[in-house]
Design a protein around this ligand. Sequence first.
Ligand code: SF4
Length: 419
Amino acid sequence: MGCIDHKNSPTAGNHQSGSDHNPFDVMQPRAPLKTPADRKNGRHVKANDIPPQGVYLPNNNIMAPHMKSPEYVQLSTAAAITLGIMGGRMYGCECTRCLNLLLTYPEGCRANCAYCGLARHREADRDYADRNFIRVDWPAVPMAEIIDIVAGDPEASPFHRMCISMITHPRSEDDTFTVLKQWTDRIDPDAIPVSILSNPTTMTRADVQRTKDLGADIFTVALDAATPEVFDRTRGKGVQSPHKWSKYWEILQDARDIYGPQKFGAHIIVGMGETEFEVLNLVQELVDLGGHSHMFCFFPEQGSLMDHLPATPRDQWRRVQLARYLIDYQGVRVEQMLFDDLGRVTGYGIPQSELSGIIEEGIAFRTSGCPGKFQDDISACDRPYGDSPPSDIASYPFQPKKKDLRKIRRQLEIPVRVE
Ligand code: SF4
């Protein structure tokens, strides 16, 4: 296992529109193909009876139908390297600060989100345990083994946070509760706080409450799409997927009531057809509710229904990244900012000298997500290379260095001197 990267990664700017942003008209997912009956619902995996044997590395092609949550979870390649379960290196980082876990079942996620490597349509050609997700592989590991490693000395663990990612599956809630309870029974959530990345479609308000009662610290909703139109097209009826914008907002409001200020948030993918004005208004709405936005730069995930589309151009991404940081952590309001006719940011609402200082700090360009132990605006969830290749970094999983900041400034097209 080498450095986290994919061969032939498309790079931002190498796109069809010739534009400096990804407009709605261009970002149309392709239609899902019909899945052969013998592969639906993980049928061919379940037809086997091979028992799981410890850690399963993707593409081993062992069809082990009993390798499922809550006994098993998948974890990101970065988390597996940090835990010592896999070998490998990550460009620019010694470890990840977030132990990202993903529920797993032979039939996988039952939703069909167009940008996602885990989507249901992929059952036609790739078993769930072998699917790439946010650009990396996710080995399957017994939950007990993960807990044994971390519970040895939680205070000394490299992880500043653990996160359980739910998927769309009838067992998703119950198994999330079980995995969470197993963790908090052995590991003090004050030593390593827990986040829930929820799947609202199958959840109730009582489920949100239960996660809090079992010791979770932050609850996030993977809204992903920034507008109802983009949501419907990429994860609703546009791709035969069950999600509804209104249900996601219902659970988000429940999370606000139950978890309270600064303890809930939403994931948003930038560059799927929304304008910069639209996404930054959403960021402001979340801040006004008391929450945070966690941002991803759209990347055409291999095998997804959007793998033919352009990655978000870096200038669009940098403008949104910087503006989002100002709204989320610097008290600037979207109403102070300026936008052109295409909704692109043309002014950030603060004096140039102040803006230069914030760019120079570099934190705005790091991966955004739930905080760790360093400071509130530095995410534990650093997701190394989850939204770009290391050769053209979108979200920096480390503190950007001077050469990185020079590149960022070029991408922002803001002529500021670097010392
Ligand atoms: S619900 Fe989540 S895991 Fe399932 S396809 Fe959609 S984005 Fe992927």
